[in-house]
Design a protein around this ligand. Structure first.
Ligand code: SF4
Length: 211
């Protein structure tokens, strides 16, 4: 089943603050994508990875989720290690990357100032995530960070209280999907060793096991 067509409007302009942010970015970084970034990957994937938002110099530059920055370096290296993609390095939309049984998306499709979407933006863009989840019906979901975790729960109309976020926590959701929590693979978390490559590998080892 093709997920993008139903789940995403590449011309979406529903968030005024992010529209204004794009306007400034277009003059500062005219060669960047500077527009909403769609989900990417296998349209029939059983594994959905949900990040927070496009990175300024990663997805917002390249136009593909997690492509071209430190977060993506660790993510794709790890996905390749567990057989979810055909190459360990993701640099540009033209690099030949293919995901296998795996799809990556963000809770918010537009780059926010300071990489922090506000509550309203998370709610608005949650409509796209809800549609994506409904079309894909993944067996496993890896949420990268607390806000991605909450976004998945809200998109599925599940209570936040019964599903606390913790790295490595697993939540069996109504409908049968397993939600696995991970710290986000951000440059900050990697540099501070809040998240190590082995901790991250443990998350995808478990996802592979579940599938
Ligand atoms: S963040 Fe989502 S809802 Fe807001 S403008 Fe971008 S695509 Fe649209």
């Amino acid at each position: 089943m093709q997920a993008n067509a139903e789940c995403f409007n590449p011309h979406c302009r529903r968030c005024p603050r992010l529209r204004y942010h794009f306007k400034r970015l277009r003059s500062r970084y005219p060669d960047y994508h500077n527009a909403p970034v769609p989900g990417f990957g296998d349209p029939a994937a059983r594994l959905l990875i949900v990040g927070l938002a496009p990175g300024l110099h990663g997805a917002n530059r390249s136009g593909r989720v997690f492509t071209g920055d430190a977060s993506g370096d660790l993510l794709f290296e790890t996905l390749h290690r567990f057989g979810f993609c055909n190459q360990p390095v993701s640099r540009s939309v033209a690099d030949g990357m293919r995901l296998d049984d795996c799809r990556i998306t963000n809770a918010v499709k537009c780059v926010p100032p300071q990489n922090r979407p506000n509550r309203t933006e998370l709610t608005r863009c949650g409509d796209y995530l809800r549609a994506e989840l409904a079309v894909l019906r993944p067996a496993a979901i890896v949420a990268l960070g607390r806000l991605a975790h909450y976004s998945v729960l809200r998109a599925l109309d599940l209570p936040l209280a019964g599903h606390p976020f913790a790295h490595g926590a697993e939540h069996m959701l109504d409908g049968g999907a397993m939600l696995i929590d991970s710290y986000h693979c951000s440059r900050y978390n990697i540099q501070t060793r809040r998240l190590t490559a082995e901790m991250f590998a443990g998350i995808f080892s478990r996802a592979r096991e579940l599938l």
